[in-house]
Design a binder for this molecule. Sequence first.
Ligand SMILES: [Zn+2]
Length: 297
Amino acid sequence: MQQRTLAQPVTLTGIGLHSGQNVTLNLCPSDINSGIHFIRSDIAGAPRIAADAFLVKDTVMSSNLEVDNIKVGTVEHLLSAIAGIGIDNLRIKVSAAELPIMDGSAIAYTQCLLNAGIKEQAAAKPFMRILKPIRVTDGEKWAQIVPFNGYQLTFEIDFAHPAIPKETQQLHFCFSSQNFLAQISSARTFGFMKDIEYLQRHNLALGGSLDNAIVLDDERIMNTTGLRHPDEFVRHKILDAIGDLYLAKYSLIGHFSAYKSGHALNNQLVRALYADKNNFEIVTFDDKRLPPIDYSL
Ligand SMILES: [Zn+2]
C-alpha cells in the first residue's frame, strides 16, 4: 500500500462556523513523508501548522491547532475526509483562522478530494499499529484504543431527548474507505437551540444555521428536511473521532471505542498513546503482505 496525495490542486470555499466569514481553502499535492500541513495564506510569511495532536490548544466545540498565536480552527471534518480517503501528504492553504463548515459534514470535502483525483506515491504508507490498550477518562466519559488487526470505531452517546431515541445512540463502525464514504461522511454536526443562542450572544457560532448543522429545540429537530440517517448524531461523533485521531499523524490499526467522548478526550487519547513508545509500532505493507484495512475507492 503506497502513500497518497492529490493528483492536482483544488479550491473550495465556504463560511467559518464561528466567524460567519468567507474562507477559501486550496488543497495542494505534497511530497512523500511530508504529512498534512495547514498554511495560513492570509498572514505574511504564510506560516505552516502541522496537523499534529500536540499542537491542539483548544477543544471547545472543535479541534483547534495553534503555534505562536497562529491558529487554524475546526480541522476535524476535513481531517476526517483526508483520513477516510487515506491521503497521507497534503498542503492545505486556508485564508482565515478556521476551516469552512460546509454543510456540517465531511461530504463536500470528500467530493472535492475525489474530484481532484488521488495520486499514489512511490513510498509505502506508514500505519500506527496499537500494541497496548490505552484509555483516558473524564468523569463518566471515556475513550480507549486497543490492539485489533483492522480499524474499528465503537461510539455511544447519551442524550435524554425525545428526538434522539436510545436505540440510535450507539454504533459500531468497521472502517474502510468505501464504508466511510457511504456511512459516515455525510453525517452532520448537531447542536441545541439554547446552546446556539448562548454562543451567538458571545459572538461565537455566527455562521451557524440550519444549512450547516442539525439543530434541536427541547422537543424536536428544527431542520425541515429531517435526518440523513436515523443515527446521524452518533455517526457524526465517529466522523469527528476519525478526524481527531488522524492528528496522531498515521492511519491507525486498532479498535477505538468511546462513551460520550469529544474533541478534548480524543486529543488526550492520542497524547496518551505517544506517552510510551511501547504503546505502538509503525508498520508498512508491501505487495506480499496486504494491510488489514481496505482503502480501495
Ligand atoms: Zn464535528
